[in-house]
Design a protein around this ligand. Structure first.
Ligand code: FES
Ligand SMILES: [Fe+2]
Length: 345
């Protein structure tokens, strides 16, 4: 008998640098400065007059006033305290009361890629930023899909949100009456790990399941359903749940829903939970759109409340607590291993 291999313990997870992270929805970045903190680094985000998203370090070099609380003058940021002015590269181009600008007067400018309605920023060594490495979520912008979305900050370590999303058996208990039915927790999963690409796939295929209100009310299906859940987690940030629903016993029609999360650590014990639900059916039905926005927001808040509570418990427990894992945790444990590896690089 072989000894069980050591399991990665629950968070505090370390942060993986030299990675792309979602800083905002595209629609959140405009001609007003937006402050976001990613991996503990404060950023000020805005859009130039010709529409390009910019991310600068959110601390004026003079006395560290937040640039996100300052104002734009064209494409430049004018510090709201004493007027140091920065261009889109972070270089200071004007200071008050003197012609000479100190050579060190500049703030960091972060590499930015805007893609699939997300503003991605590179946290780490800018020379290593490869825009082609940003993972895709094309359903967020492609025709043929309608999306509802939002963002909720959570006062919990980002590893707790990864755990939560990798193990959907919690739908049955935490989201019963919304998206959970008994079959989700009852049906075993299959897990595949691509270590090189840092992708974890978890599938749960339910051939004959109760139809939860989320799908009954959006698709109009009245009876039982074939429900396929295929998770694809691109560590560290992008999580896709490919969901396909059809009436039990018939292969058509298939209602496809893409559930997208971006998991962006803000700092120790705090995470941005970007969420979206995209559907390929009832595209013009505003009632379905409104229902899914409202309903999914409720589901997200159930997770937010649970993780806030869980983090408070973890914060007060003695060190050395040994948690217990079972089959449902295979995907979450694989994700932890990959995140630990990325953080150690
Ligand atoms: S703190 Fe920004 S100009 Fe003084
Ligand atoms: Fe959940």
């Amino acid at each position: 008998m072989t000894a069980p291999s050591p399991q990665p313990q629950s968070p505090q997870a370390q942060f993986a640098r030299d990675q792309w992270y979602v800083a905002a929805w595209s629609a959140e970045v405009g001609r007003d400065l937006l402050g976001r903190t990613i991996l503990g680094e404060p950023l000020a985000l805005y859009r130039t007059e010709d529409g390009r998203a910019v991310a600068l370090a959110d601390r004026c070099v003079h006395r560290r006033f937040p640039l996100s609380a300052s104002r734009l003058d064209g494409d430049r940021v004018v510090c709201g305290y004493h007027g140091f002015t920065y261009d889109t590269t972070g270089a200071c181009v004007s200071v008050p009361g003197q012609q000479r600008i100190p050579r060190t007067a500049r703030v960091a400018a972060y590499p930015v890629v805007e893609q699939d309605s997300f503003v991605w920023v590179w946290i780490g060594d800018p020379d290593r930023a490869d825009p082609a490495a940003v993972p895709r979520a094309p359903h967020l912008v492609e025709p043929g899909w309608v999306t509802v979305s939002g963002m909720e900050p959570i006062d919990a370590d980002y590893g707790l949100l990864v755990d939560n999303l990798m193990d959907l058996s919690h739908e049955t208990y935490l989201h019963g009456g919304y998206i959970g039915t008994p079959e989700v927790a009852e049906t075993p999963i299959t897990t595949e790990v691509d270590e090189d690409a840092s992708i974890v796939r978890v599938s749960r295929h339910m051939p004959d399941a109760e139809c939860p209100p989320f799908y009954a009310r959006s698709t109009g299906i009245e009876g039982r359903i074939r429900r396929l859940q295929d998770i694809e987690y691109h560590a560290p940030c992008l999580y896709l749940l490919h969901s396909r629903i059809s009436p039990t016993g018939s292969d058509t029609p298939v209602f496809r829903t893409e559930i997208t999360y971006a998991i962006t650590p803000s700092g120790p014990g705090t995470v941005y939970d970007f969420w979206a639900v995209s559907r390929d059916f009832a595209l013009d039905d505003q009632e379905v759109t409104d229902f899914l926005r409202e309903f999914n927001h409720t589901v997200v808040m159930q997770d937010v409340d649970a993780l806030n509570l869980l983090q408070r418990c973890l914060d007060t427990e003695p060190t050395g607590y040994q948690e217990l894992s079972i089959n449902i945790d295979t995907g979450g444990l694989a994700a932890r291993r990959i995140l630990a590896k990325l953080a150690a690089r």
